[in-house]
Design a protein around this ligand. Structure first.
Ligand code: COA
Length: 260
């Protein structure tokens, strides 16, 4: 079965692996609201489709996994709409995290902002040697809003998470692997094959155990961090710095922040 949405391709291959490709490469697969909604619909279908046993998520076009939330769309947000969008992104990515079928991110290029957050919501991350990870939201006068402040901290610990989030520095695949942000790095040509092989091994195990293992691992952590993230993301949308940061990206210039 192959199904095409406007921005997402999905096909199901033996032995029940759904290959999901975020696919609007002209904008480096940036997550606008339409993409988020398509992803939400698709995840709900994959959840209830008993022929689907595992999922791979990757990016189309060969340059990016996903280069973040769509900055052109973010630009006009105010605090209310910002908090709402953050909650929406968190909720869609939560669907991935709690999917009772293993989800592997095959990160094949830029995974920035919402793209890194999408990868982090997956159960396992494989990166191609050309993958690059980063949370550059502060360069836009913003913070990660789709779970990144929480999941990065869980994956790599507070120190590295703090450095990546405060500096916005982009991290190459091998550094991401040594930090624990990705499970391992493979060659770009082998990325999807390796993801399928890994899922094949997982799917040979007891299906009920796999489902319950995902649930049990997801119980680690917790707390009110996601709530706080959305609230602060929304507050930042009302700042002059955020207007300046997003306008500067779109106008392809350096931002001048005033601290208000
Ligand atoms: N939102 C909206 N558009 C985006 C985007 C995003 N997150 N990331 C890339 N694009 C668009 C660019 O505006 C450009 O569009 P154009 O061709 O109409 O001008 C196109 O995708 C290609 O990107 P470009 O910046 O020209 O490619 P590059 O190779 O010079 O740089 C990146 C690649 C990923 C380093 C750069 O695009 C980038 O920094 N993107 C934003 C990352 C980010 O801040 N994400 C977090 C958002 S919260």
């Amino acid at each position: 079965m192959a199904e095409t949405r406007n921005h997402i391709l999905s096909e199901i291959e033996d032995p029940g692996i759904a290959l999901v490709t975020i696919n609007h490469p002209d904008k480096l697969n940036a997550l606008n609201l339409e993409v988020l909604e398509e992803l939400e619909g698709l995840l709900n279908e994959l959840k209830s489709d008993s022929s689907v046993r595992g999922v791979i998520i990757t990016g189309g076009g060969g340059k990016a996994f996903v280069a973040g939330a769509d900055i052109a769309e973010l630009k006009s947000l105010d605090s209310k709409a910002g908090a709402r969008l953050s909650k929406k992104g968190q909720n869609v990515f939560k669907l991935i995290e709690i999917l009772p079928k293993p989800v592997v991110a095959a990160v094949n290029g830029f995974a920035l902002g919402g793209g890194a957050e999408l990868a982090m919501a997956c159960h396992i991350r494989l990166a191609s040697s050309k993958a690059v990870f980063g949370l550059p939201e502060v360069s836009l006068g913003l913070i990660p809003g789709y779970g990144g402040t929480q999941r990065l901290t869980q994956l790599v610990g507070r120190g590295i998470a703090m450095e990546m989030i405060l500096s916005g520095r982009q991290v190459p695949a091998d550094e991401a692997a040594s930090a624990g942000l990705v499970n391992r790095v493979v060659s770009d040509e082998d990325l999807i094959t390796e993801a399928k092989e890994l899922l094949g091994k997982i799917l040979a195990n007891g299906p009920v155990a796999i489902k319950k293992a995902i649930r049990a691992v997801n119980e680690a952590g917790g707390g009110q961090g996601f709530e706080m993230e959305s609230k602060l993301f929304g507050e930042l949308c009302d700042t002059e710095d955020f207007k300046e940061g997003t306008a500067a990206f779109i106008e392809k210039r350096k931002p001048t922040f005033k601290g208000r």
